[in-house]
Design a protein around this ligand. Sequence first.
Ligand SMILES: [Zn+2]
Length: 330
Amino acid sequence: MIFRRRKSATLAVLLTIFSASFARAKGSLLDEAIALYKAQNYVAATAAFRDCIQKGENTPTAWLYLGHAYSAKADPRAMQTYITITDRFADSSEANVARACLIRLDPRNKLVYTAAKLGSLAEPGRGDMGFVDRVSVYHSVPGHPRICQATVNAVKTAIAALPPQINKYLCDGKATLTIAPNISDRWPGSGDGLKPTDSTMTMGEEGARTYDRNIFIYERKKQRGVDVLLARYSDNEIIHAVYHEIGHAVDVIGGEYSSKPEFRKLLAEDLSTFTASQKQLWSYFLDPGEGFAETVAGLLQRKTAEEPGTITLDSKMPKVNQYVKRLFRL
Ligand SMILES: [Zn+2]
């Protein structure tokens, strides 16, 4: 880990970008801390920013400045401070700056971070918690942002709301779930490959993928042609992806229900009621495997009732819906 004493050009630009929000900041404590930082009195500035945060200025701006002040005096606490910003304020613009700073301080992503260090979300000495114990966090490749705690939390939220029989079915079937920044972290170089079932998309643009019974949830899209990861998917997108991929996993564990003649017949009957525009709208899910997975997702999401009404596909396929409901007692 290398700390530079001089502010890099990048950091200077980042600070300029944030000067507007600093200028708007209210409260003399923060103003005083910023004045100390600008005077390059970093020892006093770190104490002042810590004081601000402890007295209620618990904002990404104060934390970001604290990280910069630590960084300026080559204090290893800079890393942890930037990590705190990405965890607590995951989708803020300050978190994006903190991620850029983390990559600058630890370009090869050598620092093991909390979620990944566990290897699994299980805590030592704790009893069997079911499918959440089969979740792991994949290390980011150099230059990619680390997985946000918010993403881990979204996955845990989705799993915590699973009906117990589905949770058990996944454990008994030896399913796993891995959270990775992008497919290109797990399989470097694969991100620009075209998606097998949809040639308009690349695999790096996918939010998730399941191989046999092993689910991969990706936090960010990769920009085409370059090794740049874009904004994090929203919590709701991540939760839906978890349920959809669980749909694929339970399909495989059950011996490929979606390939069985009974399912195919019900799907064909449901699809015969679709208008041309509905077929176009849901073309991705006309594939039996995708139709099955999305139906499971719809039923699970309706059970957990995070956002009723957002899933409409399974309600348009009553026969498939009943079949899946019966299979898993949903
Ligand atoms: Zn799918």
